[in-house]
Write a protein that binds this ligand. Sequence first.
Ligand code: GLU
Length: 561
Amino acid sequence: MDADLEHLLLIYALQNAVKHDAAPKSGTVIGTVLGKHPEFRSRARELGPLAGKAIAEVAAMSQAERKNRLETIAPELLAELSETHEHVRQLPALEGAENGVVMRFAPNPSGPLHLGHARASILNDYYVRRYGGRYVLRIEDTDPKRVDPEAYEMVREDIEWLGLGITDIVYQSDRLDIYYDLCRKLIEIGGAYVCVCDAERFRELKLKGKECPCREQTVEENLELWQRMLEGGFYEGDVTVRVKTDLAHPDPAMRDYSAMRIVNAPLHPRVDATVFPLMNFSVAVDDHLLGITHVIRGKDHIANTGRQRYIFEYFGWKPPVYRHYGRMGISGVVLSTSGMREGIKSGLYTGWDDVHLGTLRAIARRGIEAEAVRNAMVDIGIGETDISFSWENLYAKNKELVDPKANRYFFVPDPVEVTVAGAPLHSAHAALHPADPSRGVRTLVAEGRVLLPKADIEGRSMVRLKDLYNIRLEQVGDVLEVSYAGDSLEDARREKAPIIQWLPAGTGLPCTILRQEGDLSGLCEPLVAGEADRVVQFERIGFARIDSADGGRVSAYFAHR
Ligand code: GLU
């Protein structure tokens, strides 16, 4: 009997995980088992612990393993998925990934994550889920000039929001001794030298393909200089450790690049040090030491990949498989960290989650879900062609998720109060959700005085108040005369009367909808006060997240239409 139950839990956990390409959800799995096998309902209490076991087992598998297993033990459930559900878009296979991967997301803690980071982190995450393995979060904080101490926490929160399957976290600032040690080794094997040339002078020589005098120093001389660097014998800008590459390389940016430098100010928030690796050195060292098998990053890193390969070659390490995706232009929002920081300082933006910004926290505040961001990024994929980010696609993905959940409410921008002559005492019973009658209705009692959106009645002779009745409008001199014009929807259609939002006079809550194109102020239904932190649909306006509803005032963040 128990074997049966365990089997059922396992197959439905597998089916749930395959369907969503994620760890199975306990509630859903138990619900499915009880729905299909009501004979187990009397034992519902035992299900929790047993389901936990099945879920843990499935969560540890790669997506490929889950499919294989399901195909072996319950092929009909796998078939069911392809019949009824669109498959999650498949991205191209990664070479050499069949036995699992180790990948990484390597942000600099200089601010919160934005849509650009979302692409890198979601695509790497996608492949770790697909092939199974480890996903390392590597905080690249070796440039004290670009570390924002508050960003450590923001990055952590953003990753949690995105739901990345991070398995390991490393901070590069904890690893300085490792970089020092390997820098010394690189000097010892003749792969690097300590350069004390003036930066401008070095640049001139480099552009001509000529070596600087430091390149000729002996290993002993270099080691001595390196020791002096570590002991504080130099100041910022005096000295740098250079990797010996190829001075005849067609791309001057590849020639003898810097691997280590001194930064005296500002002080690093986490470590007491002045010698720091530059990105190409620490990235190569860590990709090797952390066993990274595949790196998916933007084309803007192609030159870095070239630089990093020198380190792999000097040490005889096998480099990871690199894939570089095309650039992604993102219009309409501010993305540069320094631009955002300035704007926040000057009061132009309210914070990192201001509605005008392209940070993940701004997007979340607008009620756009992480799953929508993920689906939009997987759609974009890892192609090499440069593209521009489609907000419309993100909105469409989000709409799929929020439309079934969001309750509907009236919002009346710029309200005008009118008396409807001859109106019967009528109540409107408007569905909270048109597709889900079980949620019930909002009852709006119209006693003849109503609030109407100014822009919707201007120049109109007839409008229909949604779920209520038709009204006729007539401008007589300075006075707008409004009268009851029957209940018939047919009449309204015949006269092409628009169906508009309205509120009973004296009932609305002041409501501001923050939008990129400018805020919208008006009144909304009082029930909206109970929707804090949820997404609602303001009919004819669009979806918005109720950000706060304190003290009788509602503040909402606009998501999309
Ligand atoms: N921390 C760097 C960045 O965010 C490195 C990323 C990488 O090597 O992929 O641009």
